[in-house]
Design a protein around this ligand. Sequence first.
Ligand SMILES: [Zn+2]
Length: 484
Amino acid sequence: MKLQSFTVLLAITAANATKINPLHIKRQATASSVSTATSATVATSSVPSSSGTSAISSSTTGISTGTTTAVGAPASATWGTSYPPLSQISSGMPSEVTQAVTTTYTAGASPTYYSGADPLPTPFVFNAADWPAQDKLPDTSSSEVQEWMEELDGWDIPDLSPTVDGTCVSDPANVANASARGWWTCGGYTRDTDITVCPGKPMTWGTSFDDGPAFYTTKLLHFLNEQNIKATFFDVGSRCIENPNVLIDEYMSGHEIAVHTWSHPHLTTLTTEQIVAELGWTRKAIKTILGVTPTTMRPPYGDIDDRVRAISLAMGMVPIIWTRTPSGVSFDTFDWEIPGGVVTSEASFSQFEGILGNASTLEDGFIVLEHDLYEQTVDMAIGYTLPAALNHNPPFTLEPIGQCNGIPYTNMYVESNLNTSFPIANGTSDGGIDTDGDGTGDAKSKNSTSSASTSSNGGSTQHTSLSIFAMPLLATLAALVVAL
Ligand SMILES: [Zn+2]
């Protein structure tokens, strides 16, 4: 049964009482300190097996889905970027020398793949006094945070108390109330303002990578660029200020840039001011380095509820999570647990094969959780998961998440965004914005004239559904039918 490996892996993961924060796993050696390492220990080509060889999966034939079959990674990889055999991708694997950025860009260079893009600012120079301490909750009394708090004026931020630790096992009271508070973590509750799929695009993978820009992101970028694959990068502010040239490489190569917080906390555990600080400082880091302000974000661990949603939307950022099937299967590869030795590479790849099998049955395209923070997760992507999707029969189409939702590059950034109903598109008949899914407006409308005609269907959902971002197109089509 195709869901079996998911079920077992989820059970194993849940049973593991210590949830590992990817940012707290021992970091890979820095580029300078690994410069003496040899890459000779890394195979330049391998023949990964799609057989389930791990203890958590008894499958030996991949995931069969009737007319489609997951065939795994290609038998012969010739794509120029080396990666180890699957069994050697582990917590103790030797570190490979990191690669240089694909291209070095100078100040004043502009992206050529979308119009209206501002040129890159003057090169970023790190000054510790300008930024909060890395990987720690920023101080909320700073003038910056107090200024960003004003963006919440006019919004009805739900009065929800922070969760205990952002997990379900520690918080039975909030688990019981998860539907009402729209808590994704415990039950997968979403709202119409969330992006969780690629609406109406079956066999399309809205591809993304989280937690960079990091040491091995460049290796991934070389592969993506070589394959002409574009993805969405959910970047951590603390990483952006230490790897600004990698962030620039992501952006200038045509990948979408989105916010993924400053220190990677469970956002539902924070105060409203702390959430504003986490999002605001990351937004500021990206703006300072790239000259653009993202209009999308992803909550770490997918930990979002109606309070986090309302704050994100008030600050101009649409939440993007990852897909859950109607039966509750989360499209998480658990690649982030390989570096800590919690999950084996074989188990993670088996999980991904299951995701492809499930994705083949969906009417919408899908979004998967993967990471570029660690060498292991990058090797899993370039050696196994991406090739498996590309070599699937029939193949999957890989697109960045904005693109697969019909959102043009211009709308992904405040500076070039000409769409007055994005990022706020969930208008209600009373001219407000419905952030908690009850069908009535509870926040100001950024542009009431453009959004007031769009009504919300309200209510919380546990299933993937047509994104609201398809609504303007449907409304246009409906208008054309009427006109005709
Ligand atoms: Zn993350």
